[in-house]
Design a protein around this ligand. Structure first.
Ligand SMILES: *Cc1c(COP(=O)(O)O)cnc(C)c1O
Length: 382
């Protein structure tokens, strides 16, 4: 119960407030004056397309990645699509990717004229399994798209070795992995191209759609620069048939305000993941995600055979949770025609995964409440 003056006494009231899976309002409330000012400056200049903030954000993002070229585009899906087109993917070319991802990964391949080929994932990391990739390689394979799912990088060393051996491009789907690392490598800097999304709920999110392509290949960068803007080299010369997919200036201005906070937000996500790990260890039949130090926990995904019952238990207590993802992509009607090899690990994981609330502004008290509710479900003393 709230006290009459509406202030929460310790241990009172807050214990019954709903806990969302993620809460964008808290982040925007905290940054609101800066975001308002940044948007106001764009309105003053009216440089809505290819404006100053776009170039400034691209430069700042390139610096954090340590990559020479960062190109803002319309969305993460467009980033994947433009990367494949820019590399020169041709009709019928096969692109191997993970069976469990957001559908956009495979969508981009089809839009670019290629054929998505689904490989299975590693049972621990839920990321593309190099052994499974080897089983679906053919003479038509041109590229691999490892997905750094839930903020954890796919095992890039064996995947890079396979790519080198077979002459394949690597396009990293880093839509969930801004700032993730593996050894000295950052997500989005290992392959020919790294693709990012700034969908509002991502670790770095805009106030609308946005995406970015990172590459160290100057030729690819200049092709993508043209394709994203009607195939132009300048206002009057259309040298390629391109399209219209630019990061808009207002979104870039918002992202410039948020980028300096990314490292601290990711560190907080890791701390929360560690706290979950401590609190939930020992729940019988519950699998916790590995705690590798380079992961940035876009989602905190537990696995259990009683997923649906656990979800109902949490929802009944006002605790938001999510399923990422309910089906492997090749199980979806749109992609069934592309299903070739079986992907049993991915298919099974989709029946077991549950994302618990995790966002940088989540309080320690909220985390403990979620953990207690999970432990209660498994009859485990918290
Ligand atoms: C969000 C996401 C995308 C697509 O990004 P959009 O900006 O929504 O187009 C692609 N791949 C993965 C893994 C994603 O999570």
């Amino acid at each position: 119960m709230n006290s009459p003056n509406n202030e929460h006494e310790p241990g009172e009231g807050v214990d019954t407030l709903p806990i969302p899976l993620s809460d964008l309002r808290r982040q925007h409330q905290a940054l609101r004056p800066e975001i308002d000012a940044a948007i106001g400056q764009v309105l003053d200049r009216c440089d809505f397309i290819r404006g100053q903030a776009v170039q400034r954000f691209e430069a700042a993002f390139a610096r954090t990645l340590g990559t020479p070229h960062a190109l803002g585009v319309g969305s993460g899906t467009d980033a994947l699509y433009l990367a494949l087109v820019g590399l020169g993917l041709g009709p019928g070319d096969e692109v191997i990717t993970a069976a469990n991802s957001f559908a956009a990964t495979a969508e981009a391949v089809v839009m670019a004229g290629g054929v998505p080929v689904f490989a299975d994932v590693d049972d621990e990391t839920l990321c593309l399994s190099p052994a499974s990739v080897e089983r679906v390689l053919t003479a038509r394979t041109r590229a691999l798209i490892p997905v750094h799912l839930h903020g954890r990088m796919a095992d890039m060393e064996p995947l890079s070795a396979l790519a080198t051996e077979h002459g394949l491009w690597i396009v990293e789907d880093a839509a969930q992995a801004h700032g993730a690392r593996q050894g000295e490598h950052q997500a989005g800097t290992v392959g020919q191209v790294g693709c990012f999304s700034f969908f509002p709920s991502k670790n770095l999110g805009a106030c609308g759609d946005g995406g970015l392509i990172a590459t160290s290949d100057p030729e690819l960068a200049s092709r993508v620069r043209m394709i994203r803007d009607h195939g132009r080299t300048d206002a009057h010369s259309h040298v390629l048939v391109g399209q219209c997919s630019r990061l808009d200036t207002i979104q870039a201005a918002v992202l410039l305000v948020k980028l300096p906070h990314l490292a601290a937000w990711n560190a907080r996500r890791r701390d929360l993941a560690r706290a979950y790990d401590q609190a939930l260890r020992g729940c019988p039949g519950l699998r916790l995600p590995p705690l590798d130090p380079g992961a940035v926990f876009h989602h905190y995904v537990v696995r259990t055979r009683s997923r649906d019952a656990l979800m109902a238990h949490l929802q009944a207590r006002g605790i938001g949770c999510g399923v990422h993802y309910a089906h492997s992509i090749p199980e979806e009607p749109a992609f069934r025609p592309y299903r070739t090899a079986a992907t049993p690990v991915s298919d099974q994981s989709c029946r077991e995964v549950l994302s618990l609330p995790l966002f940088p502004e989540m309080t320690d008290g909220e985390l403990l409440r979620v953990a207690r509710a999970v432990c209660e479900f498994f009859g485990h003393g918290a």
